[in-house]
Every structure is written in C-alpha cells, then in structure tokens.
Design a binder for this molecule. Structure first.
Ligand SMILES: Cc1cc2nc3c(=O)[nH]c(=O)nc-3n(C[C@H](O)[C@H](O)[C@H](O)COP(=O)(O)O)c2cc1C
Length: 382
C-alpha cells in the first residue's frame, strides 16, 4: 500500500482475500503510514506488517517477500511508485520488492485526475505494461479533492476478482466486446402485482467480473436482480421482456458476442389492470412474449450467440433443440438447483456437436469456461 487517501479501501481488500483463504502480507511505504496503521494491516492479514528495508530480523526482506508471494499487488499505487518502478528505482522496501519480483505484478493506481492524466504518468504506465506489469484502470467519479474525473480506486471486490483471474492464469480476451443480459424480467398483472421468476442475476455479474478481469469489454442489460452491480460496470436496467429486447437491440451492433444469461419471462398477462385487482377470484390469461434471443439472432452476422437452457435436470435433448430453434452457437444447459445459488450444475453444448461437461461448478468458474469457449468460437475455431 502506498501513500494515497485510497489506502483505507485496501484494508477491505486484505479482509476479502483473507476470507478467500489467501495468505496476504502487507508492505506499507513510509507515506502510507500517514493513511493507515500497521496495526490494522497486521490484524487483518494476521502477519507482521513490513515497512523498513533495513531491519535486524532474519532474512533480506525484499528478497524473502518476493520469493514468498504468488502475486504482488500494489494497491493503491501512487504516481510516485509507478514512476519509480518504471525507472527501475529501488530505494525502499516496496520498490526493491517490485524489482525482485518474478511473478505477476498488478498495479491498482489511485490518484487525482490531473495526476492520472499527466503524460509522464501515462508514459510510465505504458512502459510498465510493456514490461509485462498488469494494471486495473482507475475509475471515474468524485475524487478526494472534490473534483470529478478518472483516478478513483476501483471497487475492492473487482481487485479481488482480478487477483483470482491472474493467479488462475486465464487468457486475455484481447478487448473483445461482450453484451451480457442477466437477472429476471417481470410483467405487470395490475398496479402492484407482477409475474416473474427467481433468477438472481449472479451469473451475469460473474460474467461481467470475468470479462473485465481478462481485458475484455462488457456491457450489460440487467432485469430485476438480487445482486449489487458495481458502478464501474456499464449496466442498463430493463424490467419487462420488451424493455430487455429494446435495450439489447440498441447495443447488439456493438458486440462481438452476446451472452443471454437473463431469465426472460416467456409469458405476460394478456391484459394489465391499471388499478389493483380486488376480485375474489381472478383468472390470469397469458400471452407469449417476444423470443428476445431468436429475434436478435436474425441480425447476428458473425457474432457469437450464447443462450442458456434451464430445466429441472440436465436435459441435453432440450438444450440441442433450443440451440437449433434459436440459432445459437452455444448453449449452457443447467438446472433449477442453481437459481439464486453461487454454483451451478452445467454442461456446455456447441454448434459443432462438441460438449463440455462441467458438473457442479461455481458460477465464477462457469463464467470463465463460457468465455474460454466463446473466444475459441470468435477466433473461428469450432
Ligand atoms: C492527503 C494526500 C493524499 C494523497 N493522495 C495521493 C493519491 O491518491 N495518489 C498519489 O499518487 N499520490 C497521492 N499523494 C501524494 C503521495 O503521498 C506522495 O507522492 C508520496 O511521496 C507517495 O509516496 P509512496 O509512493 O512511497 O507511497 C497524496 C498526498 C497527500 C498529502
């Protein structure tokens, strides 16, 4: 952690990593001591906090720490440490550890927008990237100075996901553009009641995290959801099947790949009462909604289209039928058990007849497998 006002947010990152079972050691620069205390870092990481390079305890600290860790995360990274690292300077414990580190190095810059926009800082960032260092771009918003612009420290949950992606060794998506739908649609019965389903939106959220951690670009259209989508993501909200279709249609030209993780309602009430219904009994007559994905597929050109088929049990026959009927390139067959859960029982069917049997996996792992298969299809391999 460096001397930035965002250092306190990094304490949350240490906490999240600890919760994942990751072992985390914290190096603080001298400037960072003005913003967070060694005691906080020590308590959260359950390790000594490292500050001084020249100490009398056993071992050469910058070398032993560089050997010990699988990944070095500089969060927050100041303009100063970025400049020192780009120039190959090693004048304190953190900068010498960076120089000694032979595994992935991830910078998470946070600074005022003027500093971030400075061409010297940008040249240093480019130089470090050319040397293989990884970056999470700061986000835009209101900064500590009160100014609005780019420079904000990203959401700690996103940094955590990036660390998980890097350490798992997932490939880059090379700026491919993914349009992702998620959550559930709802349709009005009357002024207060709706028909809907139990989809949570978690699959779409994991896909958004996975795309952004692998250098892809994502836009999402999200219906009703139980999840919190961080402000960093480009999300359009849609409530009904018609709204979802309209929002997806608007962005469809932009994308290389559409992943339809949303549970779009098949039906809506034939009529909607503008007043609350008080009748003793009420018969609901339903009519079919537009088939969102099928309508979009008609304009697909060379885009890759991924659909989902959810049944009570894994149903390959139904998945194949759905893939054919809707013109999908890939279909994620999964079960009702996964609705609202962090895991799914899934199997991926591809147009060429190949299938990937996953069994029970976390939605995070499933998101990465879907993206791996999509990038294969986008590269023209079937
Ligand atoms: C209140 C305050 C907030 C600061 N916030 C940042 C910041 O967010 N990003 C940054 O690059 N520098 C920031 N600085 C300047 C750094 O603290 C300064 O460049 C320092 O030398 C960085 O040292 P380090 O990189 O060794 O931690 C801030 C300074 C002050 C006084």
């Amino acid at each position: 952690m460096c001397g930035s006002i965002a250092a306190y947010k990094s304490l949350e990152l240490v906490r999240l990593l600890k919760k994942d079972g990751a072992d985390t050691k914290v190096i603080l620069t001298k400037s960072a001591l003005n913003f967070v205390t060694p005691l906080s870092c020590q308590t959260l990481s359950t390790h000594e906090t490292y500050i001084d390079q020249f100490v009398l305890t056993a071992g050469i600290k910058h070398l032993s720490l560089a050997d010990w860790a699988d990944i070095l995360v500089i969060a927050p990274a100041t303009a100063n440490i970025i400049g020192k690292a780009a120039a190959g300077i090693g004048d304190d414990l953190l900068s010498t550890t960076i120089l000694s580190f032979r595994k992935p190095v991830l910078f998470v810059p946070a600074m005022d927008t003027g500093m971030w926009g400075n061409t010297i800082v940008q040249d240093n960032v480019s130089k470090l990237k050319a040397h293989g260092c990884l970056f999470i771009e700061p986000t835009s918003g209101t900064l500590a100075s009160g100014k609005v612009g780019k420079g904000r420290f990203p959401y700690p949950a996103l940094i955590r996901k990036k660390i998980l992606s890097v350490t798992a060794g997932y490939n880059s998506l090379n700026h491919s553009r993914f349009l992702i739908s998620g959550g559930r649609t709802e349709e009005d019965i009357d002024s207060v009641r709706v028909i809907t389903n139990r989809s949570s939106g978690r699959m779409a959220l994991e896909l958004l995290y996975a795309v952004s951690c692998r250098d892809g670009v994502a836009k999402a259209v999200i219906g009703e959801t139980n999840m919190t989508f961080p402000g960093e993501f480009d999300v359009t909200r849609a409530r009904t099947a018609d709204e979802m279709y309209g929002a997806l249609k608007k962005e469809f030209r932009w994308c290389d790949c559409l992943i339809m993780a949303a549970a779009v309602g098949d039906y809506r009430p034939r009529t909607r009462s503008i007043r609350k219904i008080h009748a003793k009994t009420h018969t609901l007559s339903l009519t079919k909604n537009k088939d969102v994905v099928k309508t979009l597929v008609a304009k697909k050109k060379d885009k890759v289209i991924v659909g989902f088929s959810l049944e009570d049990k894994i149903d390959i026959t139904r998945g194949k039928e759905k893939m054919k009927a809707k013109g999908l390139d890939m279909c994620v067959v999964n079960t009702a058990q996964g609705v609202g859960s962090t895991s799914a029982n899934a199997l991926i069917l591809k147009k060429n007849g190949r299938s990937v049997r996953l069994g029970k996996v976390s939605k995070w792992e499933l998101a990465h497998t879907i993206l791996d298969e999509c990038s294969e299809l986008m590269r023209g391999h079937t």
